[in-house]
Ligand binder design. Structure first.
Ligand SMILES: CC(C)(COP(=O)(O)OP(=O)(O)OC[C@H]1O[C@@H](n2cnc3c(N)ncnc32)[C@H](O)[C@@H]1OP(=O)(O)O)[C@@H](O)C(=O)NCCC(=O)NCCS
Length: 345
């Protein structure tokens, strides 16, 4: 039985069950990944950027059904949500490992596709991690792979801090590196957003229709505020071009209260005209130093790169990141998948 579920008002016991289902999924699909905590998990599920909406569902045993007390005595079999942006919807589906291959995933997908279709969305995107059943599931459901990345993980206990020190200070004359926990200072927002815009216009996104990003100062402000509200703290290191005072390069790492021992590397970009001066390497190396003292319990950092991001892959391997898994983005045409699933439109 699938029902719409609102994480803002759900009982705490359901939030806890959801975290347990996620951790059971991780233990099965990504056993090398750290488990998640309940800290700020409700906020993680309920807060969105202004103008975006997340709609969630859970699948559970029908009350009084013969098999009551589903996986390991839990009633929750799985969960799904769609995040509705301006032009596309992004899906997540998770089925407890003990409840798989019984059609639960498909039932949750029907609920999500039905809503995306009734709200006239044309495209539904979803992430599927290489080497997990999600790849076969989405392909069986009619999704197509639009983009592939590699995840890499840096184990902080294996970092050569001496070598890293040289990298952090190896930036050419005319630039300085600055660290801002929480977000950039107000006077640098415009320049920060412009740097992201200039750098990302050179990135090849394959067949992907749209990637939400923060290319203007207002959107950037909202995005950082949203992160904080979801229990995710951003750490920023900037490469500043001294004569103009402009942001020449930047790197962003987020430490989430839900998995504080594994940080997420967000964007690292260097504006095209400032490339070749050691800024990418220096901002990333400085970030690791800052994280070591700001978040002493942190054990690892994960990052995602497209296969053609040669420069960034080189910097990452110098820092000690090791390629780990393929990360795929799938897409489906909503009217088409609705037809396949027999959803009337
Ligand atoms: C992908 C996932 C949602 C599928 O859920 P499910 O309830 O097992 O899927 P269904 O039973 O509805 O499967 C529907 C169809 O998808 C395909 N499929 C699903 N799992 C498959 C697998 N392991 N191998 C091959 N095909 C598979 C099959 O065609 C299946 O139909 P069939 O069983 O009649 O052959 C589930 O495996 C899951 O939660 N994975 C983790 C996803 C995730 O979020 N990971 C990230 C955090 S670790």
């Amino acid at each position: 039985m699938v029902r719409e579920w609102d994480p803002r008002t759900a009982p705490s016991a359901e939030i806890d069950t959801m975290v347990r289902a996620l951790n059971a999924t991780l233990a099965t699909d990504l056993p090398e990944d750290p488990t998640w905590r309940t800290d700020s998990f409700r906020e993680y599920l309920s807060v969105t950027m202004p103008g975006e909406r997340r709609i969630s569902w859970i699948a559970e045993e029908a009350p009084g059904s013969a098999g009551a007390g589903g996986p390991r005595g839990e009633s929750m079999l799985g969960a799904a949500n769609i995040l509705l942006f301006d032009e596309m919807a992004v899906l997540e589906v998770l089925v407890h490992p003990d409840a798989r291959r019984a059609g639960v995933g498909q039932e949750l997908l029907r609920a999500a596709v039905g809503r995306a279709h009734s709200e006239d969305y044309e495209t539904l995107g979803v992430e599927a991690i290489g080497g997990t059943p999600a790849v076969k599931f989405y392909e069986a459901m009619g999704f197509e792979c639009a983009y592939m990345e590699t995840r890499s993980v840096l184990d902080l206990s294996a970092v050569d801090w001496l070598q890293l020190g040289e990298m952090a200070s190896g930036v050419s004359a005319g630039y300085r590196i600055e660290y801002f926990p929480g977000g950039p200072p107000e006077e640098l927002y415009e320049s920060y957003a412009a740097a992201k815009y200039l750098a990302q216009s050179t990135v090849n996104l394959g067949d992907l229709d749209l990637r939400p990003s923060s290319h203007n100062a207002d959107r950037l402000r909202a995005s950082l505020r949203t992160l904080h509200m979801r229990g995710m703290k951003p750490y920023i290191v900037l490469g500043i071009h001294e004569s103009s005072g402009e942001v020449a390069g930047l790197t962003e790492v987020v430490v989430a209260a839900q998995h504080p021992d594994r940080a997420d590397q967000y964007d690292t970009v260097v504006v095209p005209e400032h490339r070749g001066y050691g800024i990418g390497r220096a901002v990333k190396a400085r970030m690791l130093f800052e994280l070591r003292s700001a978040v002493p319990k942190l054990k690892s950092v994960q990052t995602w790169n497209s296969f053609d991001a040669e420069g960034m892959l080189k910097v990452n391997s110098e820092l000690g990141f090791r390629a780990d898994r393929e990360w795929r983005e799938y897409q489906a045409d909503v009217p088409e998948i609705a037809r396949r699933l027999g959803i009337a439109g």
